[in-house]
Each structure stands twice: as C-alpha cells, then as structure tokens.
Design a protein around this ligand. Sequence first.
Ligand code: C2E
Ligand code: CA
Ligand code: CA
Length: 440
Amino acid sequence: QQDNVKQAKTDPLTGLCNRKEFNEQLNRAIDDSTADDDTCLMYLDLDLFKNINDTMGHAIGDQVLVEVSHRMQAILDVSDTLARIGGDEFMVLLTNMNHRESVESLAKQFIKKVREAFHISNQELTLGVSIGICKYPQHGSTAGDLIKNADIAMYKAKEKGRNQYHLFDQQLAKELSYRLQLQKDLITALETDQLSLVYQPQFDIHTLEAHCVEVLLRWQHHTYGMIPPDVFIPLAENCGMIGSVTDWVLKHALEDMVEWKKNFPSLTLAINISAVEFSPQLNLLNRLTQALDTYAVDAKDLEIELTETAFLKHPQHAYKLAKQLSDAGISIALDDFGTGYASLTYLVQLPIDCIKIDRSFVTGVEHDPKKQAVINGIVAISKGLNVSSLGEGVETPDQLAWLNQAGCNSAQGYLLSKPVSAEQLPAAISQVKQQHSKAA
Ligand code: C2E
Ligand code: CA
Ligand code: CA
C-alpha cells in the first residue's frame, strides 16, 4: 500500500518527486506561507541533453539524469523540493528564502555544478542548464501561474544562451503575450489582405542591369501597424506556420512574376527560405516544383536564399535536398554570408550558385581595411569555386565602386533600389542605369 502511494508521487528514474506531487507541495507552500516568508520557484531545463541521448543512447542519458539530480540535491536544504517534471526538466521549490542566500546565488551554483564534466562508462560528457526563476507572491498567486511564469523566464534564459538564469518580470509576460497574440493574428493575416510583397532588385555590378529580384514579405497588422519580418518570421517558424507563409509568398510572387516577365523576360525571382523548411517533414522540393508548375515558370528562373543554419539541424537531409533542388534547376544563394555559423564546409559540399556577402561587411567597407580584407577573401573564394558573389546593403556610390573593383559580380541595396511594390518595379529597374553608371 505504502509503496503504491510512493510510486504515485515519485519519478521512477531519479526517485525525485514527480510533476503531480510537486504541484501539491507548491499548493501547500502557498497555503502555509506567511507575510515575511518568501517562496521561490526555479524551472530548470538541461542544455544539450538531447545530444547525449541521441548520440550515446538512452541508458547513458538516464545515468546523466540521475547524476544531475544528485548534484542538484546536494545544493538544496532538506526542506526544499526538487522534482523531475519531464525528460530533462526539473523544478525546485524553495521556502524560507528570507533567511538564506539569494535564489540567484543558488541558480549560479546549479549552473556551476551541472557544467562540471560527467564521467560515465569511461566517457567524459558535458551539459548545461538554463534556469527560470519566479517569486511568490510577486510573480503569481497560484501554482499554475507560478509554474507558467518560471517556464517563461526559463525560455528567456535559453534565449540569452546556455548556462544562464533569468528572473521573471512583468515585461517578459507582456512580451510573451504580444508574441502569442501575433502568432494567432498571423493565421488571420494569411487569409485576409494584411500581407503583401515588395521586391528588391539585384544588379549586375558592371552593366547595372537587374538580373534577379528578391521578394520580401510585409505585414500590415490591423492594430500594431507594420511588423518587420525579422519579428514575425521567427514566430511563424516556432508555431509551425512557416510552410504556409512560404507558400503564400511563392504563390503571390509567381503571379507577379508572370506579369513582369512580359517586359523583363530574363529577370529571375529570389525567395527567402527559412532554415526550418529544410527539415524533412516540410517537403520543400515538392512544394516548390508544384508552384512552378502551376504558374508555368521555369525552375531556372527561381533562386532560393538560404542561410547556413539550414544545414545545422538535419545535415544529411539538407545536403540531399540542396542537391535535388539544384538538379531540378533551382539556384541556391547563401544569404548573410560571413555571419552566424560561417563554415567553409558548406561551400565545398553544396551546389551553391551565389554567395550574398552580408550587409555588415559592406557598410563602411570603403574606410575599413579589415572589411576590405574579408570581402576580398570572400570574392576570391567565390571565384575559385566558380560561384557568383553579391554585395548586400549597398548604400553609397563609394561602396558600389569599391565592390566593383574588388571583383564582386552583383550588388543590391538602397542606393540602387529600395524594396518596392510590383507596380513600381519596372521604374525602379530602369532608373538605375542612368543614375549610377558613373559609380560602377
Ligand atoms: P535578408 O534576406 O537579409 O533581406 C535583406 C534585408 O535588408 C531586408 O529587410 C531589406 O529591406 C534590407 N535591406 C536591403 N538593402 C538595404 C540597405 O541598403 N540598407 C539597409 N539598412 N537595409 C537594406 P527586411 O525586408 O526587413 O527583411 C529582413 C529579413 O526578414 C530578411 O533578411 C529575411 O531573412 C527575412 N524575410 C523577409 N521576407 C521573408 C520571406 O518571405 N520569407 C522568409 N523566410 N524570410 C523573410
Ligand atoms: Ca535574403
Ligand atoms: Ca541577407
């Protein structure tokens, strides 16, 4: 009988209490709390645990979890409650906080202890932990609210990088509810006329002829006004809507393209594709080829702009997919090149057609020998690999002239054309030649 009761309350692997029991203890702590007796909650999520599980197997993963629970327990008082509430998630309930060291200092100790190497089956493994903290009663009056807010704070800690803690605050709650609201509204936006497209041409640096236009998405929200894609694209990625967003962009851009082809038959279309869409489930190849079929657009007239992050999560699949896209005739440009994970491996292994040199190198390049060295290097690599290079974010005639003499093939930026509507595109393309032929 007693064994059964115990089983219902504990996590079988670690012997810690489980989520249900933790909830009950938290409720009890709230009921028993007195005015001068602060209660704190920590939400802990291990960093990189999935890697260990995936590469070393579950048996090793389990041993790591047990060891982690021992290390954490050693930092706590007997009156504290440590629970394992999910795969690699733990919660801590701390009472009597007025009479002991601060919750922040405890969080630091947890981080330090979890970071120490684990020696399991003759292997040395490392881990990290992200911690969200909230306090009763300042940050919530019910167990549900406190757990939710500690979880929100934990996500913020993750965003800061690994091995961080974050204390909940109301600003954070507002930020989150804003994001959740936007996520909901994006569904409506896709069905109504709140989304629109603008196009930014890419020019041959010698002739100043436009050879390609990049499509950029805009969202005019009915109450918040213009929301930048840097804000809503990550939201769409997180809530599984990015595929629908891309399909929307593709459909409307191809419609526009069919129109402009009448006047500019050789102009190609570049579309931004999120790294998330390089995951196996999203069937990118089929979606792209189907859309091309529907609008009778040649695959050679479509380019996708990717960042290197596309190859991080599912490298095998991503390489295969890139090859299939390329075989189908679709071009691939490496976007924001030089930032993020910049790995030359991708250049060697992937069928890339163009390297887009990130704006951060182009801005101020005319005065900055270090940026000049980087761009010269990228241009040399692209020539060696026989792929074209494009300078992004060109804003001044000096930058354009500099990129030209460095041997860059194409340029894009406010100097030549800001992103414009489909209707404005013909004018934006035609004006450039007269205006800037001296700089190039
Ligand atoms: P990106 O692909 O690097 O796009 C270039 C961004 O730089 C665009 O901002 C563009 O308006 C801006 N830009 C272009 N020339 C200049 C310049 O000379 N100076 C300055 N200061 N900025 C310039 P935008 O439209 O806000 O897009 C931001 C990012 O959002 C894009 O970065 C892209 O990563 C993403 N994005 C935009 N549309 C889409 C889309 O349809 N799908 C996906 N997946 N991502 C998109
Ligand atoms: Ca781009
Ligand atoms: Ca870019």
